[in-house]
Each structure stands twice: as C-alpha cells, then as structure tokens.
Design a protein around this ligand. Structure first.
Ligand code: FES
Length: 151
C-alpha cells in the first residue's frame, strides 16, 4: 500500500519537474522573440511606418494648452498657442530620453530630468543639456480634429 503512494509521489514530482523544464524552454524561446520585437530597431521601424496621426476633436483644444498623444510608439505633444498657431513636437528629450512637458505660463517645453528646455514654437533646444532640437511634425486643423504628419 505504501509502495503505491510512493509511486504517485514520484509521478507528481516528475510532473512538476517536467512542467518546470517546459516553462524554462518556453522562456528561453519566448524571451529572445520578445526582445527582438521590443528592440530599438524594431521600434524605429514601427515608428517610421507611421506617417500621420489624426487627433479627433483636438481642434477644440483651448488656446494656451497642450495635448499629449502618441505618434506611432513615441510620446508627442500638440500645442495650441494663444496666437492660434498649432505646433506638434516629439515629446522625448534629446538628452537622455525623458518625456518633456509644455509649461504654458512660460511658453517653453521643460524636461524635469536635468532641466533642459526647448522653444515651444520650434522645438529648438534653448538651455540645459539637450544636444538637439525636438523633432517637429506638421499640424493642420481639419474637420473634426487635427492632422499631425511627418515633415
Ligand atoms: S533627459 Fe532631458 S535634460 Fe536630461
């Protein structure tokens, strides 16, 4: 009787070991696939495939305010300036990649990570460590929204 119990225990043990081995194999195969799909090269490919984004209802954005959105996989911002001009810029700091924020009271784009600042009309880097301007997109008010596209 006790022999039978021991056999069942061994089977269960073997089942657990094989399940663990199977999980390790799945992880060993799945992780590189996941890393490939999430690699910067793949992300850049996805990003370059996106040519334009329609921001539905964004034309109602109040002057002097900002709308954050995604252009492909990248954070971006649409600014409606008080003079009624529209500006769309990439929102990834060119220093070390933090997401930047529009400060309407100062009319600048600020990066909290190291204090970098950009011109809110052109995206030009104006102070702090950022080495390059923010990428600019074309922004056009259309019926029912704003069309943002690559320049
Ligand atoms: S990451 Fe923006 S200033 Fe350093």
């Amino acid at each position: 009787m006790s022999e039978s119990k021991e056999t069942v225990t061994r089977r269960e043990f073997l089942k657990i070991v094989l399940t663990g081995v199977g999980a390790c194999y799945a992880a060993a195969i799945g992780y590189p696939v996941f890393k490939y799909l999430a690699s910067p090269a793949e992300q850049a490919k996805v990003l370059s495939a996106v040519k334009e984004v329609t921001l539905k209802d964004a034309h109602t954005l109040a002057a002097g305010s900002v709308l954050m959105f995604k252009f492909g996989s990248r954070p971006a911002m649409l600014i409606h300036h008080k003079d009624n001009s529209w500006v769309a810029l990439d929102a990834v700091c060119t220093h070390l990649g933090c997401t930047v924020a529009y400060q309407p009271e100062r009319d600048v784009i600020h990066c909290n990570c190291h204090g970098g600042e950009y011109d809110a009309r052109t995206g030009k880097n104006i102070s702090g460590p950022p080495p390059r301007p923010l990428r600019a997109y074309a922004a056009k008010v259309i019926e029912g929204g704003v069309l943002v596209s690559r320049v």
